[in-house]
Write a new protein. Structure first.
Lengths: 354, 248
């Protein structure tokens, strides 16, 4: 899990920089990304945050203005050449990176099987090998019976399964997913994410996905990064993020609501992870300091396959009165946040340096 | 027109039909062979195209525009030298094919350009992401995906060529238009003129019907019009979320 498979350093993309007139738009502003082998890495951000530019820069569908992209030890930016056309080396490198798209991008003039065979045709494989591989992949994504159908006869979820099978045809080490579930309904989204997760586990496939849906990150990602205005403002494994005070991603991954009931009260957010989730810390706190604790909001959930609990509690008295009980909670290995108070600097921040 | 008069003219009409089909058939073939690459090239060399070359694009575009707006009868006269060089004569059926084809190439090329431009850019990107080169994209994406529109374009070209071919009589190429003018108009054989009109109407209808049928059959397979046979499933067609990257 340690070798980075995708690394970008100082990746910058400015649209309109080469034109003499018109406004230049900075889509990527010095992005450093490290995706480790065998993990599912999610980049989340709003429309316009630059995540789509980022993933398209990884296989150089979009030429970065500056910075480097390395995939599986190969510096793609060095292969790119100067013109807008991709040279042979870059094309060969691309054939080892699978990509799935929001709108599937299947050829309507070809059957499902022929769509999956397309990358193999480009690789120059024989007809026999192509059809064997295509049928094998269609079986893997659960569409063996649709081989002869045309994309127009499939539902959105089925089309995306074909898209995934096609992306896997060249035996890629890396799969890029550009909003693969954004055009699908919630039910289908779940099944496609499950498929990506299974492929990640079974084939050891590294997946870089971009999304604007927090649920996607929550259900499949091992690591995540938050993008804002062309920069990565937070990144890390989901566990690290949840343990980081003031992490926007953690708060978004796991929101807990509830307001203080009076002025003379202190609201504390407690995050339980791992074995801390099973210990009776709240009742210990109550007994040890003889204070009444109100629970404003609480939730348990599974994030990245781990049990995580989050609770917003209210203690009587001001923050100054509660320094000791809060210290007790911290000692128990819980992540404590006091909303409305200055947070400590966030150690997991990166990528925002430039 | 009596039956006897008609019988006397029948060989003439038959010959005229064959002349028209011969001229239109060959010139269509040449127009497709020449216009298809030209139309694809117009798309590829355009700004933002795969082979972006603004100068080449402007030059090809200008030639196509001029050739397209040239009245056919003038084109035919203007090209006489070239025609003689190609066929050895400026008179007759074979000689008429040269200006017909040259007139139809830019006509078809523009239609091809429009059809190929309609192909979703996402498909081009998908093939680029697989490592496909420009030739692969042309062969596996642009042409097959626009095939229904290309067939409609070819049909339109055939119909336009039938119209042009009526003027080919001026260089002694024969054909239905020639009969209508020389016999129907100049010799006041009104009945014969109406027969040529009827034949042309039937020929054009048959071609249009066949072309539409072929285009629809291909389209239905691809199902982009939603006219696909078999189960029609709801398709996700919500607008693509626009990032800066896609807008710029």
């Amino acid at each position: 899990m340690e070798t980075p498979v995708i690394t970008t350093t100082g990746l910058t993309k400015i649209y309109g920089a080469d034109r003499s007139h018109g406004r230049a738009v900075t889509a990527l502003d010095g992005v450093d990304l490290h995706v480790r082998e065998g993990e599912v890495y999610g980049v989340i951000g709003q429309s316009g945050a630059g995540k789509s530019s980022l993933i398209r820069c990884v296989n150089l569908l979009e030429r970065p203005t500056a910075g480097t992209v390395t995939v599986a030890g190969q510096d793609l930016t060095a292969l790119a050449g100067r013109g807008p056309r991709a040279g042979r080396e870059l094309r060969e490198a691309r054939s080892r990176i699978g990509m799935v798209f929001q709108h599937f991008n299947l050829l309507s003039s070809r059957t499902v099987q022929d769509n999956v065979e397309l990358p193999l045709e480009i690789l120059g494989r024989s007809g026999k090998e192509r059809s064997r591989k295509a049928l094998e992949l269609l079986d893997l994504v659960g569409l063996a019976d649709k081989a002869r159908a045309y994309p127009a006869q499939l539902s959105g979820g089925q089309k995306q399964r074909v898209g995934i099978a096609r992306a896997l045809a060249g035996d890629p080490e890396v799969l890029l997913s550009d909003e693969a579930t954004s055009a699908l309904d919630p039910e289908t989204t779940r099944s496609i994410l499950q498929l990506l997760r299974d492929l990640n586990r079974q084939l050891g496939l590294t997946v870089l996905l971009i999304t604007h849906e927090m649920d996607v990150v929550k259900s499949v990602c091992d690591s995540a990064a938050l993008m804002e205005r062309g920069r990565i403002v937070e990144s890390g494994t989901v566990g690290e993020l949840l343990a980081t005070p003031g992490s926007e991603l953690a708060a978004a991954l796991f929101p807990v609501g509830g307001d203080a009931s009076g002025d003379d009260r202190t609201v504390v957010d407690v995050t339980f992870q791992g074995d801390a989730a099973t210990r009776p810390v709240i009742s210990q706190l109550s007994r040890t300091y003889n204070i009444d604790i109100s629970i404003l909001g609480a939730a348990m959930d599974t994030v990245a396959g781990k049990q995580v609990g989050r609770m917003r509690i209210e203690l009587p008295g001001s923050y100054e009165d509660n320094v000791v009980p809060i210290g007790f909670l911290r000692e128990q290995g819980l992540r404590i946040e006091v909303p409305g108070r200055e947070q400590k600097p966030v150690p997991a921040k990166e990528g925002a340096a430039k | 027109m009596t039956w006897a008069e008609f019988s006397a003219r029948q060989p003439l009409l038959e010959q005229a039909c064959w002349d028209t089909l011969h001229m239109v058939g060959w010139s269509t073939l040449i127009a497709v062979v020449g216009g298809l690459p030209l139309g694809v090239l117009l798309v590829l060399t355009d700004r933002g195209g795969l082979l972006q070359n603004v100068v080449a694009n402007k030059v090809i575009g200008q030639i196509v525009n001029v050739a397209r707006s040239m009245p056919f009868i003038i084109l035919m006269v203007a090209l006489m030298g070239f025609t003689r060089w190609v066929t050895g004569t400026t008179i007759g059926r074979e000689a008429a094919i040269v200006p017909l084809a040259i007139g139809a190439i830019p006509f078809f090329a523009r239609l091809v350009e429009t059809a190929v431009r309609e192909v979703d850019h996402g498909l081009v990107e998908a093939v680029q992401a697989m490592g496909g080169n420009t030739w692969t994209i042309v062969r596996k994406v642009l042409v097959p995906e626009s095939l229904p529109s290309l067939i409609s374009s070819a049909t339109t070209t055939v119909v336009a060529l039938i119209g042009y071919s009526a003027m080919a009589g001026t260089v002694g190429a024969g054909g239905l238009g020639d009969i209508a003018i020389r016999y129907g108009y100049q010799r006041f054989e009104t009945g014969l003129m109406w027969i040529t009109v009827a034949i042309l109407a039937v020929v054009i209808s048959v071609i249009q019907f066949a072309g539409d049928y072929a285009a629809r059959a291909l389209h239905a397979r691809g199902g982009r019009s939603g006219a696909a046979p078999g189960p029609r499933l709801p398709r996700a067609e919500e607008p693509r979320t626009t990032d800066i990257g896609k807008v710029a």
